[in-house]
Design a binder for this molecule. Structure first.
Ligand code: ZN
Length: 595
């Protein structure tokens, strides 16, 4: 039996709709991978959700005139709908404001605390002289000590992107009333990262299959690990379950700390919703494998910080300890990071107007053309510029002309001449060669998908499509009116290879794969799609929220060639992909920013 697979997908931040750069980093790659793993017989648990705490949520809520709760409700739903539209097959896509998440974060914290991996330190925090109350980081602005920008906030500088401490700002002032804050001592909790140096180092030395840049980058950081704050003076977040902290209104876990624990909490929530509260354990203990998907700006959280939390929980950091409430949890098997999808050379940016939102894109073009573009031309190994020209070219020439046309002409000729899958007689060497090529592709495409080499996998699958088109052009079944036996053999061969190519392309193109399955006379669900379901919070039934989930065990798609059945009735096909107006390539649709 194949090992269970945990697909842990980075959590999108709920302060606005997500753009196609986001889903090219965490979304499409993780889904292509998970679909392939399910098709090849693994039990897969794919989890994520919206990341809903932290200062930027509060800032955005103020901007939109909403309460924080209204804001996160709004964008949790927008994001979940977009990801559903893309066909991302989450077993559970939830959120960080659930009762379950609060409980799991607090439990995991307590394990770290008991094992001695959390230290308390007093540092300087701001209070308002006029009210005597704590002034949150985000309400302080001043001059950035690093780049000199004068609008830096207490928590970070939007100009240079560095995380800051308010006490470091030059010329600090309150954003509420302009007064100069008074700095007083405030206590915070820190994850003692240096006490994982040895244990992280020996674990990383076993990660020989990781991409060399990710491994090297992580190993280089080992020598300079410093304690990292896990609490914040903020009133929006998860309370710290310790005496003296629990009821402090301005002491909450730092957003990064709670969000990264989401992989575990979402797995626990999924299990509780299946009715077997322990079902998550199968995906977190040996022999399960855990694959984490993210953009490159998030590597350190997945290669060092999350593993430290797991080691601390397990009682396996440099100071030892005992396993906590979750027993012994697996560390990441693989950290799969993408580079950035850019526009005119720079990162997508809402403020610069260079952004294409997922929702807008799906409304205009549907999901599979975007999934294909990201897989075959996305930022897998290097930053990659999105251009409409390239998107139109891939859609028109590869999806419509190559794949769509192969399906269309094979099915319509068989339909017109026979009305069903024709019977083959006396196959030639050319027939056998094409069929063997398609069959052999399952091993090469599968091996690439298992190693998250999506470009290579998609190109190998499309090579089968190209070979089948060439075969039809060479064999010319449309000229074989006087030799129906040969014509039918050619069409049977073509349909068999269409069926195989469709299986090979299913992880990339699950929506059109379902259509091709039906065009070939198949019934039922070939590639299952996620559903948006309204559920009650498991710990507070007065709250409900949408989750993405699905019944993927019921799908028929399996990794391998299946012989098509002679005599299966065929109907006249509709085109699989609409061709796009090449003129769109100059500017994109009206709503899109000009590149
Ligand atoms: Zn700066």
């Amino acid at each position: 039996m194949s090992a269970p697979v945990l697909t842990a997908v980075a959590w999108p931040y709920a302060n606005g709709p997500r753009h196609i750069g986001h889903v090219s980093g965490f979304g499409v790659p993780s889904d292509v991978f998970s679909r392939y793993m399910r098709m090849s017989g693994h039990r897969v648990l794919m989890v994520s959700g919206t990341d809903e705490h932290g200062t930027p949520i509060l800032v955005q809520a103020e901007k939109e005139g909403l309460t924080t709760r209204q804001l996160v409700d709004k964008y949790n739903r927008v994001i979940a709908e977009d990801l559903q539209g893309l066909g991302l097959s989450y077993d559970l896509f939830t959120r960080t404001t659930t009762g379950n998440h609060y409980k799991v974060v607090q439990d995991l914290f307590l394990s770290l605390w008991r094992n001695g991996y959390v230290q308390s330190k007093v540092q300087m925090g701001a209070i308002s002289p006029s009210t005597g109350r704590t002034l949150p980081d985000r309400y302080i602005e001043g001059t950035c000590p690093i780049c000199g920008y004068d609008g830096a906030r207490g928590d970070q500088c939007d100009n240079c992107g560095n995380q800051l401490d308010p006490v470091d700002l030059k010329n600090p002032r309150s954003r509420i009333n302009g007064e100069v804050p008074r700095f007083v001592e405030t206590e915070h909790l820190f994850l003692d990262l240096p006490s994982f140096t040895e244990s992280l180092g020996s674990w990383l030395s076993t990660r020989t299959e990781w991409r060399p840049n990710v491994l090297k980058f992580s190993q280089n950081l080992l020598d300079d690990l410093r304690p990292r704050a896990i609490t914040r003076d903020l009133d929006w977040g998860i309370p710290v379950p310790l005496d003296g902290w629990r009821d402090a209104p301005m002491k909450r876990f730092y957003v990064w700390f709670d969000a990264v624990i989401g992989y575990l909490s979402a797995s626990v929530e999924w299990a509780r919703r299946t009715g077997d509260a322990d079902a998550w354990k199968e995906f977190w203990t040996d022999p399960a494998q855990a694959y984490y998907f993210m953009g490159k700006d998030n590597i350190v959280f997945h290669s060092l910080i999350w593993p430290s939390l797991l080691l601390g929980q397990n009682g396996a950091g440099d100071k030892g300890g005992t396993p906590g409430r979750f027993d012994t949890l697996n560390l990441p098997t693989e950290v799969v990071s993408s580079e950035f999808l850019t526009m005119s050379g720079s990162k997508f940016s809402t403020s610069r107007g260079t952004v294409i939102y997922v929702g807008d894109f799906l409304k205009e073009f549907g999901p599979d053309s975007l999934r294909y573009f990201i897989s075959v031309a996305g930022p897998e190994n290097q930053d990659t510029d999105f251009t409409w020209d390239e998107f139109i070219r891939r859609t028109n020439f590869e999806l419509a002309n190559e794949w769509g046309n192969l399906v269309n002409r094979s099915v319509s000729m068989a339909h017109k001449n026979v009305g069903a899958v024709p019977a083959p007689t006396a196959p030639t060497a050319a027939d056998a060669e094409l069929k063997a090529l398609a069959k052999a592709a399952f091993a090469t495409v599968g091996d690439n998908l298992r190693r998250s080499r999506f470009k290579a996998a998609a190109s190998e699958a499309m090579r089968v499509v190209g070979a089948a088109n060439k075969y039809l052009s060479d064999e010319e079944p449309w000229k074989r009116k006087d030799d129906p036996a040969r014509r039918d053999t050619i069409l049977h061969t073509a349909l068999q290879v269409v069926s195989d190519a469709n299986t090979l392309l299913t992880p990339f193109l699950p929506h059109s794969a379902q259509k091709v399955h039906e065009l070939l006379g198949g019934k039922g669900v070939w590639a299952a799609q996620p559903e948006l379901r309204e559920v009650d919070d498991l710990d507070d039934p007065s709250i409900s929220y949408p989750v993405l989930t699905g019944d993927y065990a019921g799908e028929q798609a399996a990794w391998g060639s299946v012989d098509i059945e002679v005599g299966t009735p065929l109907t006249k096909p509709e085109p699989l992909f609409a061709k796009l107006d090449p003129k769109l390539g100059e500017t994109g649709p009206e709503w899109a920013p000009v590149t």
